[in-house]
Design a protein around this ligand. Sequence first.
Ligand SMILES: Cc1cc2nc3c(=O)[nH]c(=O)nc-3n(C[C@H](O)[C@H](O)[C@H](O)COP(=O)(O)O)c2cc1C
Length: 296
Amino acid sequence: MAGTIDNMITAVINLVKTNGIASLIIIVIVIHGFTSKILAWVNKKDENRAQGGSTENNQEKITDDTNEHLLSHGGEDCDMVPYKQTTYSEDEMKKRSQSFYEDINHRRSVRFFSDKDVPIEVIENCIRTAGTSPSGAHMQPWTFVVIKQADIKAQIREIIEEEEEINYKKRMSETWKKDLKRLRTNWEKPYLETAPYLVLVFKQTHGLTEDGQKITHYYTEESVGLSCGLFLAAVQNAGLVTLTSTPMNAGPKIRMLLNRGSNEKLFLLLPVGYAADDCKVPDLKRKSLDEIMVLF
Ligand SMILES: Cc1cc2nc3c(=O)[nH]c(=O)nc-3n(C[C@H](O)[C@H](O)[C@H](O)COP(=O)(O)O)c2cc1C
């Protein structure tokens, strides 16, 4: 690397010696133009991402080409109110954080459900919890669709299994299938009918005013992801189980089935209920603190 830079400097000095100072000025202008173009491209990428542009893990490609017509939320005035934090002694904090970790560490993705019913109030409270999530510019770009009706669950299962069979047989790479092998997953998903509830989380790429005008949403992917994380924690806290699932290529059909607008994309499907009595989970190990934390 140092050798390359030395060579470049020598080349520039030789160029200036033979062609005069004008050649140096031209080189500086060219380099400046080039770096400005790169910086502008990086900034544009960040801005697109903040405004819900597509990122790698979208299940349904976002082809919202109307961004330039989107409205701001209107900058509604908002009072400032005092915030009173709940605090604990250091000992209490240690106890609470340890106990919360132990609870959450017990969470597993469950693929074998009991059909035992769960009061809807518990699901509502878990969704209320998810709704406390932070979101880009407080746009709250999520919709939680809860399915209890057996016939709708059956239709969702049919759509997903049909797509998943093609995913496994044709669309997924060999590496992906190899990585999934230890989880023993395939396209058959009886839990979609056994679990008492299916919670389908939709990401709103933009909002809508009452007269149908589009409102800009920001960082939708991050916001909905955080909201789902809180939902998972709430489900665990209630003593129930769920499975984080991403039914690849089934999003558009499910969106139509559930009459969701074209601004809503299926983000996650979360069956919720009790684990089956004979439920088994893969014996996965989680990374240790040393592997996931860096302290400066
Ligand atoms: C974004 C995301 C998508 C996932 N999609 C699926 C899925 O479609 N089907 C499935 O069976 N599990 C899915 N999982 C669950 C993972 O396989 C599971 O979280 C992982 O194996 C770790 O297991 P644990 O959740 O029990 O700790 C998904 C998890 C995440 C975070």
